[in-house]
Design a protein around this ligand. Structure first.
Ligand code: PLP
Length: 395
């Protein structure tokens, strides 16, 4: 009988030659407990997923209650399933008018796939605009609008008629015209290196889309649900998208995604042909129950505001000459060390000392910090001290 390490090595597909390979026993709050007896502080939340920490009791309770009722009963969109409808009503209440109708998916990339198809069908147009260094997921449609050639090139040809513009450049927006079905962007780029564009750029983008009839899609898969200091990042830029895509933190640790738009736009999927976009598992009832509990905790405990306190604590504590810049908003932060070797060493030292940090797909000199939004102040402080020590040791 193989042990779990051997099974992992021999029977699971690897996505790199050097996976972290930590063997998890259990995870509670801001801690992950490993089989070897170590306890590590989680400063990356499964890449911006565990915003309530691991196994939040309200989420577990909601999951248990739904387990006693039913699991999957029918493909998406046919039956009225209480946990799904209740959550859709609560979610749209947290969003502005015009984002009133939810289409549930399982994952982030699937949410973007649906949003892109919806934009094509609702506008009758085919061109798409995206931005350099963006990341929207790894299925073919989402990869087609992901702005990094190194990830796109091995899979060419992808979707045609996609134009990439420089992110945050107001002048470049003139390329958007009335042949464009949609413009897709993260309001703050995550994998591209935690890049925050100006409110002026967001407003110019909104204006251009309104003038040309191109639908504006905000991919808030990473920025959503309080991570950047407001429930959704767009609130900070004074603009509202035509379609928002969500996933990651949405399900409180259960898999769930969605794209949300107006009834008028969403109606494009109802006819010509009917069932023009279907999914079996989208909006799984257990995930929706977990998501409703998650949204209630985020709101009742005002966790978006807590994200701003985390930002302050990180900026106040992490002062070291090797940190060139701390980018980002709220609890979506990147420490730019501008040195790949130092970044790798610091990350490794921290892990050995019990702190799990993140990386971004497109940058090897940026340390990502995205802790649970309810991480205790003293636990965060302990973790930040470990980072400072690691910087001192390796600088
Ligand atoms: N969009 C953004 C902004 C993301 O950060 C991610 C994942 O990191 C995705 C889409 C893809 O989500 P998923 O991995 O759930 O398909």
């Amino acid at each position: 009988m193989q042990n779990p390490q051997q099974q992992f090595a021999e029977h699971l597909a690897w996505t790199s030659d050097s996976p972290l390979g930590l063997e998890v026993d259990r995870a509670v709050g801001s801690y992950i407990y490993l089989k070897d007896g170590r306890r590590i502080i989680d400063l990356i939340s499964g890449i911006a997923v565990s915003s309530l920490g691991h196994c939040h009791p309200r989420v577990i309770e909601a999951v248990r209650r739904q387990l006693d009722k039913h699991l999957h009963v029918m493909v998406y969109g046919e039956f009225i399933q209480g946990s799904q409808s209740r959550y859709a009503a609560a979610l749209t209440k947290a969003l502005p008018d015009g984002l009133d109708v939810v289409y549930f998916t399982m994952t982030g990339t699937e949410a973007n796939e649906g949003a892109l198809k919806l934009a094509k069908k609702a506008t009758g147009r085919t061109r798409m605009v995206s931005f350099e260094n963006s990341y929207h997921g790894d299925s073919h449609g989402s990869l087609s609008v992901t702005g990094r050639e190194v990830y796109r090139n091995p899979f060419l040809p992808l979707l045609p008629e996609v134009t990439f513009l420089p992110f945050g450049d107001i002048g470049a927006l003139s390329a958007i015209d009335d042949t464009v079905a949609c413009v897709i962007t993260e309001p703050i780029q995550g994998e591209g290196g935690i890049v925050v564009p100006s409110a002026e750029w967001h407003q110019a983008l909104r204006k251009k889309c309104t003038e040309t009839g191109a639908l504006l899609i905000f991919d808030e898969i990473q920025t959503g649900f309080g991570r950047t200091g407001t429930m959704f990042a767009f609130e900070q830029f004074g603009v509202v998208p035509d379609i928002i895509t969500l996933a990651k933190a949405m399900g409180g640790g259960m898999p769930l995604g969605a794209f949300v738009s107006s009834r008028e736009t969403m109606n494009a999927f109802r006819t010509n042909p009917p069932l023009s976009h279907v999914t079996t598992f989208g909006g799984h009832p257990v995930s929706c129950a977990a998501a409703l509990a998650t949204l209630e905790v985020l709101t009742n405990e005002n966790l978006p505001a807590r994200a701003l306190k985390i930002e302050q604590q990180v900026r106040d504590t992490l002062k070291h000459p090797s940190i060139r810049e701390i980018r980002g908003k709220g609890a979506m932060l990147g420490l730019d060390l501008r040195d790949a070797e130092l970044t790798a060493k610091v990350t490794k030292t921290c892990l050995n000392d019990g702190v799990l940090l993140g990386w971004t797909l497109h940058s090897n000199s940026l340390i990502r910090i995205a802790p649970p939004l309810n991480i205790e102040e003293d636990v965060l402080n302990m973790a930040l001290r470990v980072i400072l020590m690691a910087l001192k040791e390796n600088a």
